[in-house]
Design a binder for this molecule. Structure first.
Ligand code: NAD
Ligand code: MG
Length: 301
């Protein structure tokens, strides 16, 4: 773990910035809680240092209670943004902790629990964020579900449909609800995955949604660029989060999680956050329809 003396801008060796963890075999019911993850993940709570890059911005982040979304929420707040957090009601305890980190950065944290597989919630989450933040400049579609299944014959129709509802149908619906409110200069960032190009044999439904997210992001980015709204995506590789222990991986694979990257280790959620900060801030004004790969060095198209 990073110590309190270092932050993401400290000159350091990426191989040893974090230890190569060998997580014990463990299981949590979906969606799982960061609070019960072993070892704990680093969401930047003690290390991310803001430099004013999102001062005064208003952001809605889905799946902001834990993992990558929580790291992005903490980073955005430290960069000066107010943040609305979308998450499932059963994740309230994780969400409350992230809200506290946001408020300790003197920014507003707004809690919006709800299920994104409910198409009405995809609209109300945007309207609530608008109402409570008093505007919206940044939309991060990061919520996702990942359940590993070994055999096609065991992949149920219900799982296939729910994965698509959560991972891609919700992005279409939330974008559709948000775009009418977005002013020129606003940004949308969607979380995809290396699975979009390198599908695991156990993640057929999940990987297919991630390829769809990349494609949707590139298409929508061209539609919205003339209006001054930029759309991009971030594609993480193996990042240590609760997604992996709530059936995202076959359990016996957890001790090896992320060891196959050129860095020889899994990433920590806070290592993904700067990609979102870059894409959200005006410094990336000429970056549109891009997928930023944050994966520890695995070649990607
Ligand atoms: P995570 O479990 O911490 O975050 C996923 C979040 O999605 C949950 O916290 C939950 O709030 C939200 N969610 C799931 N179903 C939902 C629903 N029906 N309604 C509302 N919210 C719902 O795990 P994470 O790894 O931080 O995942 C964040 C994103 O990163 C996901 O899109 C995931 O696919 C992607 N990703 C993760 C990895 C990795 O290795 N961890 C790699 C590539 C991509
Ligand atoms: Mg969570």
């Amino acid at each position: 773990m990073a110590t309190q003396q270092t932050d993401q801008l400290t000159f350091q060796n990426p191989v040893t910035r974090y230890e190569s963890i060998s997580p014990p075999v463990q299981d949590q019911p979906e969606p799982g809680l960061d609070q019960d993850l072993t070892p704990q993940a680093d969401r930047g709570e003690h290390s991310y240092r803001g430099t004013g890059r999102l001062t005064g911005r208003k952001a809605l982040i889905t799946g902001a209670d834990s993992g990558i979304g929580a790291a992005v929420a903490i980073a955005f707040a430290r960069e000066g943004a107010d943040v609305a957090l979308s998450y499932l009601p059963e994740e309230e305890v994780d969400a409350l902790e992230i809200k506290e980190f946001i408020e300790s950065s003197a920014r507003r944290g707004v809690l919006i629990p709800g299920d994104l597989t409910d198409r009405e919630f995809c609209t109300t989450v945007v309207e609530q964020a608008m109402a409570e933040l008093g505007g919206l400049d940044i939309l991060v579609n990061n919520a996702g579900r990942q359940i590993a299944v070994e055999e096609l014959g065991d992949l149920t129709d219900e799982q296939w449909t729910t994965t698509f509802e959560t991972n891609i149908h919700a992005i279409y619906r939330v974008c559709k609800a948000a775009v009418p409110y977005l002013q020129p200069g606003s940004t949308i960032i969607n979380t995809t995955s290396i699975q979009a190009y390198k599908p695991s044999p156990t993640l057929l439904d999940y990987a297919a949604t991630k390829a769809a997210i990349n494609n949707f992001s590139k298409g929508l980015s061209q539609q919205l660029a003339p209006k001054g709204i930029r759309v991009n995506a971030v594609a993480p590789g193996p990042v240590w989060t609760v997604l992996q222990v709530s059936d995202g991986q076959p359990k016996e694979k957890l001790p090896e999680f992320g060891k196959n990257t050129p860095l020889g280790r899994a990433g920590q959620p806070t290592e993904v956050a700067p990609a979102f900060v870059f894409l959200a801030s005006p410094e990336s004004s000429f970056v549109i329809g891009e997928t930023l790969n944050v994966n520890g060095g695995q070649p990607s198209p």
